[in-house]
Design a protein around this ligand. Structure first.
Ligand code: ZN
Length: 375
């Protein structure tokens, strides 16, 4: 019994060992075959395709439209006559943005000023300079203070509205004076976020003040990364050439060609964006032919600027004033007095907020004007 038992046990052990060997060999073959297959795949297409595959969206997610991206580009000192002189051959991107977007070459600066900092403050707050709801920035240099300190009340901008609602924001400029605006909305001076989740007082997630090559590269990368919702870019080279050599001079036109290159890089990122993306191009002021000073706001050449909207939000390309009969297409320096609602650069903020599906800036003078229609 013991012997039989031993034999049986021994047989069982031998049989079990054989099974383990067979199983081991089987798995060895699997591992080798798997390794070969992986190696073959890796060789055939490296890196393996599975690594880069986006996770398939559940059916409910495909029904949800993707959130929009808006990029506002201000071309400092952009007299639209410069674009007309260059034409499509020399400035292909700005020309096509004008033609394929909803655009006008007859928009206006702020009513009160043709200076850089006042107009950019308006562009980013939707406010005029003077009056009860004015942003108050009539000076043109960083005074080391903030909008809130200078006006005695907090002045929200496009970044407040977007950031307080959980959107991501970016700000790029070529001139140091823009530090005034960055400071006004930074973690120390920005307002508390009392709307929904607390996204903090710092209204601008990503910013830089640097030359055009650097900031255009950063802005383009942010669009490509698809995680920033509203991006502002200021390009200065046309203005610098205007101040040095006169507006519409050869140097000015050459600078505008370089601006067109920058616009082209941003436009490519807009065109290839998976999220619906829209580009708004406008300016802080124009400049007088052959002259180097643009501060006289009674001169048509200083107050007349382009306003172009290009990309996903534009359903009907064409003339912005034809799309917006409620706005006055001005035949002179400003619109006629009683219907003083031309399309202005300060429309940029509320137009962008509308595209983003957000509320307009409360109290901003442009909020009381008929909103700009793009379709
Ligand atoms: Zn300027």
């Amino acid at each position: 019994m013991g012997h039989n038992g031993a034999v049986t046990r021994s047989d069982a052990n031998t049989s079990s060992r054989r099974r383990w060997i067979a199983l081991g060999a089987f798995f060895l073959v699997l591992v080798v075959a798997g390794g070969l297959a992986f190696g073959w795949n890796a060789w055939r297409q490296a890196p393996p395709a599975v690594v880069d595959q986006p996770i398939a969206s559940p059916p409910t997610a495909t029904a949800t439209p993707k959130a929009p991206i808006v990029v506002i580009v201000s071309i400092d000192g952009f007299n639209p006559e410069g674009l007309a002189l260059l034409g499509k051959a020399s400035a292909p991107h700005l020309t096509q943005i004008a033609q394929r977007g909803a655009s006008t070459m007859n928009a206006r600066t702020s009513r009160d000023s043709t200076k850089t900092l006042p107009n950019h403050t308006g562009m980013l707050t939707g406010r005029e300079i003077n009056g009860a709801h004015g942003h108050g920035v009539d000076f043109n240099d960083d005074n080391g203070s903030t909008l809130a300190a200078d006006t005695g009340t907090y002045v929200p901008g496009i970044f407040d509205v977007a950031h307080d609602r959980g959107l991501r924001t970016a700000f790029f400029a070529e001139k140091d004076k823009f530090t005034y605006l960055l400071r006004s909305w930074d973690s120390v001076h920005g307002a508390a976020d009392t709307t929904g989740d607390d996204n903090g007082a710092d209204k601008i997630d990503h910013w830089n003040i640097a030359d055009a090559a650097q900031i255009v590269s950063e802005a383009t990368s942010l669009i490509e990364a698809q995680h920033t919702d509203v991006i502002f870019v200021h390009l200065a080279s046309a203005d610098r050439a205007g101040h040095a050599h006169g507006w519409l001079s050869d140097a000015y036109l050459t600078a505008l060609v370089s601006v067109d290159d920058s616009i082209g890089a941003i436009r490519t990122a807009i065109d290839t964006s998976e999220r619906p993306a829209t580009l708004i191009v406008t300016s802080d002021h124009g400049g007088p032919h052959g002259n180097t000073i643009h501060s006289d706001s009674t001169q048509l050449a200083n107050v007349r600027i382009p306003f172009m909207v290009y990309g996903d939000a534009v359903a009907k390309p064409g003339d912005l004033y034809e799309l917006n009969p409620a706005r006055t297409n001005p035949t002179n320096r400003l619109a006629d007095g009683t219907r003083d609602h031309p399309i202005r650069n300060i429309d940029a903020t509320n137009t962008a907020l509308g595209i983003l599906g957000l509320v307009p800036i409360s109290g901003a003078v442009s909020t009381t004007w008929p909103p700009i229609q793009l379709r």
